[in-house]
Design a protein around this ligand. Structure first.
Ligand code: ATP
Length: 341
């Protein structure tokens, strides 16, 4: 039987608990500084202790994973800490499509795939001098919102950028990405596409709580106006959300368009969990500013199963367990090559 492995961060607990519930061996690649934390959880069978997650590329680590016939579940930490080349060079079978992760990390590729999927994306702004409406300025990759800022015009952009450089939060030569700010209710739509069943499942929705942009609302405008601090969008945690049922039809359509577009653009397509992230405006129109082509940490809120999965499965089903179920079935029916890269 196969084993499930992942890096010790992000959604590792949920992924390994789900794997254990499916009767699979669980392996955690764990930084030594976090060993004490992860030893608390009895469903983790084996820890591979490392100084840095990059050791997953080394023979020593890969041999242990190979001996155990492990499938590696990629998550945000893998993307944040490794380059696309490094991820693509991982010898251990990666669940889903490791090639699509590059499309998540590179802003231009990301936008291309989103357009191909017909997702309504916010307008990109090429140069600071072209800023006409409120914009959000982002860094490359999954920076988790750290160092992002809003700007109303070129002067505002330069002031804030300079301040973040002075504070050591962003670097002088970093290419920043500017797009129009979309106002409304944030919704992070979580899906799972099963190539075994050729079926798209809608799993749930979460909202991210980001600091310190959220804290601003607690400060009276008088004090806000006096502050020169540039607020950030650093994710601290997530909370659940359910959508008006009338929105579900469009949600499935967006998910299906994304799966179809991925299949055309980056073979073998969008297999496994993914997330489409955006904002509903006052007319319930969705604008999507981002996707994640792997499990998102927002699924952690549904470790006991999500509302939408309770409609599809007669058991509590987390995203971690859903992944393990897919791997187990693929392994039993000799189809692992269909769900890993
Ligand atoms: P992650 O990989 O964690 O998703 P990221 O670094 O790729 O993060 P985004 O998800 O693009 O960054 O943006 C971070 C946050 O900034 C979002 O959760 C959202 O609150 C806000 N945001 C991003 N783009 C927009 C936009 N166009 N309009 C309004 N808010 C936005």
């Amino acid at each position: 039987m196969v084993a499930i492995a992942t890096l010790g961060s992000h959604c590792a607990l949920q992924v390994l608990k789900g794997a254990k519930d499916e009767g699979l061996k669980t392996i955690l690649v764990c930084e030594k500084k976090r060993e004490k934390l992860y030893r608390r959880f009895p469903f983790i069978d084996e820890l591979i202790l490392v100084d840095s997650f990059k050791e997953i590329l080394e023979q020593k680590c890969q041999s242990v994973l190979e001996e155990n016939k492990a499938v590696l579940i990629p998550h945000g930490t893998l993307i944040a800490q490794m380059s696309s080349e490094e991820i693509e060079s991982i010898k251990t079978p990666v669940f889903g499509n490791k090639w699509i992760l590059r499309w998540e990390s590179d802003r231009e590729m990301k936008e291309k795939l989103m357009r191909e999927a017909n997702l309504p994306v916010p307008k990109p702004v090429m140069e600071p001098k072209d800023i006409e409406k409120l914009v959000i300025v982002k860094r490359q990759g999954a920076a988790g919102g750290k160092g992002y800022f809003m700007a109303a015009n070129e002067e505002d952009y330069n002031t804030k950028r300079n301040q973040l450089i002075a504070d050591g939060i962003i670097s002088k030569d970093e290419t920043l990405y500017i797009q129009e700010y979309a106002a409304g209710v944030l919704a992070y739509l979580q899906f799972f596409y099963s190539p075994l069943k050729d079926e798209l499942e809608f799993f749930g929705v979460d909202q991210r709580h980001e600091s310190d942009i959220e804290g601003l609302a607690r400060i009276p405008s008088e004090q806000q106006l006096k502050s020169t601090k540039v607020p950030s969008f650093n994710v601290i945690g997530n909370s659940p959300l359910v959508l008006r049922e009338s929105l579900l039809q469009d949600v499935y359509e967006m998910g299906e368009n994304f799966v179809d577009a991925s299949r055309r653009i980056v073979s073998p397509g969008m297999n496994g969990p993914f997330c489409i992230e955006g904002v509903y405006d006052e007319n319930a129109k969705f604008t999507s500013f981002e996707f994640s082509a792997r499990i998102v940490a927002g699924t952690n809120i549904y470790m006991d199963g999500s509302p939408y999965y309770s409609l599809l499965f007669n058991e509590s089903m987390s995203m971690g367990k859903r992944i393990a179920r897919e791997i187990k079935i693929a392994s039993e029916t000799n189809q692992l090559d269909k769900i890993t890269t």
